[in-house]
Ligand binder design. Structure first.
Ligand code: SF4
Length: 331
C-alpha cells in the first residue's frame, strides 16, 4: 500500500497558510492523492487541486498547471529524489510502498548465493534497500549498491538515468531491481547489458527482464536504420519543463542539414502516434523529450530518442556505431 508523507504537506500548509494548493504524482497513486487533497480541504478550508494529467517524473511536474490555477504551493508526490524542494513553491513529498520484501528477498538469496549483484530500485521502495541487502548477504550473496548522481540517490534509477547500475556493472553478475516495474528494470538491462531481475513482492516472484529488454533494443536499432533512409526529418522539442531540450534539437537540426536532410521543427507536450500522423511530409522524427517515448511506444514512422539520434548521425557520417543505449543517461 502506498503511504504518502502527509506530515510534510500539513506542516508546510500550517507554516505558510497558502490560499490554495495543488498536488500531483504518478497515475498509480492518484487515488491516494485525492484522499490527501480531501483531507487538506477539510483541515484548512482551502482549495486543494489534484493535477490529474499523467506525470512520469520530476521532469514532468506541471508547475505551469499550478501557476495557472493560482496555487501557491505544488506538492509533487511520489518521485523521491535527493532534494526536498524546487524553488519556493514546489515541495517534493515522499510516497513509500509499505509492502515488505522479506519473503522474496529470502527466495532471491537462495537463487543468487555466491553471486555478486547490484541492488537497485525506484523511488517507492528505496526505504527497503538496506533490509533486503542484509537478507541477501546473510544468504551468501555479495551485494553492491551503486552511487547516485544528479537527482538520484544511491541505488536508485529513473527510466532514463542509470548511474548507480553503471557504477557497478563491471563488477556484478546481475542487477536486482526491487519493485514491480518492468519499465525501470528493462532500462537497467539495456544500459548495463547485464542480466536483470525484478524482485516482485506482490507476486512473490523473481522475474527476468533481459529478454524483454532485448526486444526493446532490437526495435530501437531498427528505427535508427529505418531513419537512416529518410530524407525529411521532424525534430520535436518536448514542452514538459524538465524534458525541454531546445539546444539538443537545434544541434540535430544543424547536423542533419549539413548532411543534406530537410528538417522541420515541432513542439509538443504529449508526443503520440496520433499527433505525429497529423503532420505531413516527414519521413522520420527525432524527439528530444523523454527517451522512453521512443523506445517503449509504437509509432508508424521512426521516432528516435536522443541516443538513437546520436547513432543516426554517426551512421549518416559513416562512422562506427557503438552500443548507443549503454550510457548512464539517455538524454
Ligand atoms: S524516463 Fe522520461 S519520464 Fe522518466 S525521468 Fe526520464 S525523461 Fe522523465
Amino acid at each position: 500500500m502506498i503511504v504518502i508523507d502527509e506530515k510534510t504537506i500539513f506542516d508546510e500548509i500550517q507554516k505558510r497558510r497558502p490560499v490554495s494548493v495543488a498536488l500531483n504524482g504518478p497515475d498509480g497513486i492518484l487515488p491516494k492523492i485525492q484522499d490527501t487533497a480531501s483531507r487538506i480541504m477539510e483541515a484548512f478550508g482551502i482549495p486543494a487541486y489534484v493535477l490529474a494529467d499523467s506525470c512520469f517524473g520530476t521532469c514532468d511536474m506541471n508547475t505551469n498547471g499550478a501557476k495557472v490555477l493560482g496555487a501557491e504551493i505544488l506538492f509533487h508526490i511520489g518521485h523521491t529524489v535527493n532534494s526536498t524542494s524546487f524553488g519556493n513553491n514546489v515541495i517534493l513529498v515522499d510516497a513509500f510502498d509499505n509492502i515488505p520484501f522479506d519473503d522474496i528477498a529470502k527466495k532471491c538469496a537462495g537463487e543468487f548465493g555466491g553471486k555478486t549483484i547490484s541492488l537497485v530500485t525506484d523511488s517507492q521502495h528505496l526505504h527497503e534497500v538496506d533490509k533486503v541487502r542484509a537478507i541477501l548477504e546473510q544468504g551468501g550473496v555479495r551485494v553492491m549498491i551503486g552511487k547516485g548522481k544528479g537527482q538520484l540517490n544511491d541505488g536508485q534509477v529513473f527510466g532514463c538515468e542509470f548511474y548507480p547500475v553503471m557504477d557497478t556493472r563491471d563488477s556484478v553478475d546481475a542487477n536486482i531491481f526491487l519493485g514491480q516495474s518492468n519499465f525501470h528494470a528493462a532500462g537497467i538491462a539495456l544500459s548495463t547489458n547485464r542480466p536483470t531481475y525484478v524482485l516482485d513482492p506482490y507476486f512473490n516472484e523473481i522475474r527476468e527482464v533481459t529478454e524483454f529488454a532485448q526486444t526493446l533494443q532490437k526495435k530501437a536499432v531498427l528505427s535508427v536504420y529505418k531513419a537512416a533512409e529518410a530524407e525529411s526529418f521532424g525534430i520535436i522539442v518536448g514542452l514538459k519543463e524538465g524534458q525541454f531540450s531546445k539546444v539538443t534539437a537545434l544541434k540535430f537540426k544543424k547536423e542533419l542539414e549539413s548532411l543534406g536532410k530537410k528538417v522541420q521543427l515541432f513542439a509538443l507536450t504529449d508526443i503520440t502516434d496520433d499527433k505525429l500522423q497529423n503532420l505531413k511530409g516527414i519521413d522520420a522524427f527525432i524527439q528530444v523529450a523523454c527517451p522512453r517515448i521512443s523506445t517503449d511506444n509504437h509509432f508508424h514512422k521512426p521516432v528516435l530518442s536522443t541516443p538513437q539520434a546520436n547513432a543516426l548521425v554517426k551512421i549518416l557520417k559513416k562512422e562506427n556505431v557503438d552500443s548507443f543505449l549503454q550510457v548512464p543517461h539517455w538524454l
